[in-house]
Design a protein around this ligand. Structure first.
Ligand code: CU
Length: 275
């Protein structure tokens, strides 16, 4: 496989060192939540770790800018308390993650702040570790969920004694939750439960491998979204068998949840060797 190298200059990255969020005009009355723009503008903002988030109240009503959700209450990550018209509030992001927020006075007002590593970019062509991402055709393997979302994996070459890197992408999807399990010769080398990728992409690393044989990657989709209930074909499983990056995948299947339960029961019957 020929790796397509992508030259990236700092200018290729959007600047996420500071973002200003304003309430939609008139958001003190319900209705903004029905619009495409939402009640906080932008309703989803991206900022780097160490970056500054400014809530500038350009509306005529007083609002709060409170991390958490109206359903679960404040999360404590940040809280402006009441910001009167013409005032502003600043918060500096310190950890990577998705931070939903809302207005305590007007609970229909909701927004999301996505905090990412400095220099990371949602739509760039290179992962943080320098592993070059190919077009979908060049993925190690691509499968599909029943809602049509394509799921691709890119992997490093399985090498005895080394960790294997696996990049997963749910094309065009946001806020993807999934589990990922990787086995090699029936030995579990990675079992990540509850991974969340706010831009649909993520990296996973296995334990050091005990051989250079192909691996099997099982991805269980756990829904789109941040808060429950999550949406999408939850529980669907995409299995990539015999994954070796040069030759692609020999078999790819989408299995129903029921089949997985059978596998789980069967696994319990395995004889565990004792030394
Ligand atoms: Cu408000």
């Amino acid at each position: 496989m020929v790796a397509g190298l992508v030259a990236l200059t700092p200018a290729a990255f959007a600047d996420h060192s500071e973002v200003t969020i304003t309430p939609a005009p008139g958001s003190g009355a319900p209705g903004c939540e029905e619009t495409a723009e939402g009640c906080y503008i932008p309703k989803e903002a991206t900022v780097d770790v160490g970056g500054k988030v400014i809530f500038s109240n350009t509306d005529t009503a007083a609002h709060t800018f409170t991390a958490g959700t109206a359903a679960d209450g404040p999360s404590g990550v940040f809280d402006s308390s009441l910001v009167i018209a013409g005032s502003s509030y600043e918060w500096t992001a310190t950890t990577v993650g998705d931070f939903p927020y809302y207005c305590m006075v007007h609970p229909w007002m909701k927004g999301l702040i996505v905090v990412q590593e400095a220099g990371a970019e949602e739509h760039d062509d290179e992962h943080d570790d320098g592993m070059t991402e190919e077009h979908m055709d060049d993925a190690s393997a691509t499968g599909m969920l029943s809602d049509g979302t394509e799921v691709s994996v890119w992997t490093s070459t399985p090498t005895s004694g080394e960790k294997m890197e696996i990049s997963v992408e749910f094309h065009g999807a946001e806020h993807v939750n999934h589990d990922i399990m990787v086995t090699q010769n029936s030995e579990e080398v990675l079992n990540d439960i509850g991974a969340h990728h706010h831009d649909g992409k993520g990296m996973h690393t296995t334990a050091p491998l005990s051989s250079s044989d192909p691996v099997e990657i099982t991805i269980t989709f756990q829904g789109y979204g941040i808060d429950d209930p999550k949406t999408g074909p939850i529980g669907e499983v995409v299995v990539f068998s015999n994954v070796v990056p040069e030759f692609g995948t020999i078999a790819m299947m989408i299995l129903a949840v029921a089949i997985i339960s059978i596998v789980a029961v069967t696994a319990k019957l395995r004889v565990i060797p004792r030394f």
